[in-house]
Ligand binder design. Structure first.
Ligand code: ADE
Length: 233
């Protein structure tokens, strides 16, 4: 899979893309990540990429031309399955969206800044608008990093133990159970005995119970979706 990111701050991605799972996904050839500085595409002699909003209002608006030219160049080189725009007023990102996007061959992610981007960018080029939550970030970059990371970890082969992405919270609609490692007794705080029992069946049952209890307590909305109907009967 190839992801092209359009941003005014390409350096922001360097650290995140060169560590951990994303680094491994790229090194193993499962993922290609390219950042493009939108400023490189401006035709303005002062390298401007934004301007005052028509009709007044606070903040600057990113102009169509540099973004349009960058997208046109990329599209002349390959076909894209989606052009995502990171925006707080987009659809809220979740695990099933990450799974769905991970099946695509090539995607573009556009990061907005300032007070927004000219609406015509959204109308002409964007196929999907994605928010990572109901709060406003200074720009789409941090949101794009979250989306890229969530996509990368579900691309088959990226994680060493392929089952570990499948057992992530949300993959089955439930939160993950608690996990423990050595020592079994940390200053009197002991690991649940069942995990030391070696009885695989009992451990599996215990994990599911924990998942259900956690999901019910912390995310009643998810719990309702999974077991609410059975509970009500
Ligand atoms: N840009 C600014 N805030 C954002 C958010 N919550 N999600 C996605 N992109 C954003």
């Amino acid at each position: 899979m190839r992801i092209d990111i359009l941003t005014l701050f390409p350096e922001m991605f360097e650290g995140v893309f060169s560590q951990s799972i994303l680094k491994r996904a790229v090194a193993k050839g499962h993922l290609e990540l390219h950042t493009h500085d939108i400023r490189d595409y401006t035709k303005d002699k002062h390298r401007k990429v934004d301007d005052y909003p028509f009709g007044g209002g606070a903040g600057m608006v990113m102009m169509v031309q540099p973004i349009a030219d960058c997208i046109a160049k990329l599209k002349s080189e390959r076909n894209y399955d989606a052009v995502l725009f990171m925006a707080p007023d987009g659809h809220t990102f979740n695990q099933s969206k990450a799974n769905e996007l991970s099946l695509f061959e090539n995607i573009i992610i556009l990061c907005g800044h300032y007070k927004g981007v000219d609406e015509r960018v959204r109308e002409l080029f964007v196929t999907e608008e994605i928010s990572i939550g109901d709060y406003v970030l200074s720009g789409g970059e941090i949101a794009a990093m979250a989306v890229v990371d969530a996509i990368a970890r579900v691309i088959p082969g990226v994680l060493n133990d392929e089952t570990s992405a499948l057992s992530d919270s949300f993959q089955d609609g439930l939160l993950s159970p608690p996990v423990y490692t050595r020592p079994a007794d940390y200053e009197g705080h002991v690991v649940p005995e069942i995990l030391l029992s070696g009885n695989e069946r009992l451990i599996k049952d215990w994990k599911l119970e924990q998942q259900l209890a956690r999901t019910k307590a912390r995310r009643p909305d998810l719990y309702e979706k999974i077991v609410g109907k059975q509970d009500n009967n």
